[in-house]
Design a protein around this ligand. Sequence first.
Ligand code: SF4
Length: 365
Amino acid sequence: MEAIRHNWTREEVLAVYNRPLIELMYDAATVHRQYHDPREVQVSTLVSIKTGGCSEDCGYCSQAARYKTKIDKNDLMSVEQVKEAAIKAKAAGSSRVCMGAAWRNVKDNEEFDQVLEMVRTVYDLDLEVCCTLGMVTEHQAKRLASAGLYAYNHNLDTSEEHYREIISTRGYSDRLQTLENARKANLTVCSGGIIGMGEKPEDRCAMLVALANLDPHPESVPINALVAVEGTPLEDCPPTPVWDMVRMIATARIVLPATTVRLSAGRTQMTPEGQALCFMAGAGSIFSGDRLLTTPNPDIDSDTQLFAQLGLVPKAAYKDGDRPKVDESYKERQAQSEHVKWSRPGHSIARNVEKSIRNLKTKEV
Ligand code: SF4
């Protein structure tokens, strides 16, 4: 049985990544069978509870206010709207609802109180609840946990080195701190990244090392292929070859044996055969529904067909962990806000600046 290790080196992971593909897939499929039922796939639904208008400069993101993109922005959804979306997701076979808000970080205000009510409402529907709300403090994470949150998502995105080419408004160490804060609140951790942003295989492997050397490992690691959105600094990146996704998923499978590896954004660019290779290589989860925050995703009918063809079945909620115990303490805001200083590295990324200026100029016209 493949051991769970927390001391991977970049060289070791790169050597795994560079194995002949057929061998790599076989090795990954073997590890997958040691730790997981290969027929079960966890199906999640992503609900964008607050879309657009974000202050950050993530080069891949259509929701950054500084870039001119064609998205339907919305303010924070109501609890009722989220409940409706969660009921629909459950009926369509999802066991987890992930709520995403385009925020830099969580603030102790009415909007966060509303998100906590959403968490409790979805929890009461017997669904696993995940949130991705930006950077979060330990106390905020504890409030989310007491409302019934199961998982907190915060992606590392890429290697620390390549990260500096993609984002200048927040630091890599803040990302790691957020994951630690989620851990301290006994939340499960979901953290992965995006490939196809001009990084080298070394960057992909360095990101996996950063995740694999966390102890414990994140319970969930999403692997996204960049969906290049018009108006963002990364709009001209070519589509990621399916072979790169298979290789990345297989490598993640081997270095994080017990983790659920999520085949996330970019599935619309893949054939059913390409997706089948990803499942063979150890992917154990997908997002269902025709949108992933703001980018397209296969519709439920094509996923149902794909599952039938491949003999896959959706995994039940809470199969990998206990349903959280809830209490009413989530309603209490901390008397004094934690004095957390999230960083703003503020270095200049030429293509991010260029796209922001172009947006400003269009607004002025
Ligand atoms: S990825 Fe998140 S933090 Fe970055 S711009 Fe988009 S919404 Fe904001």
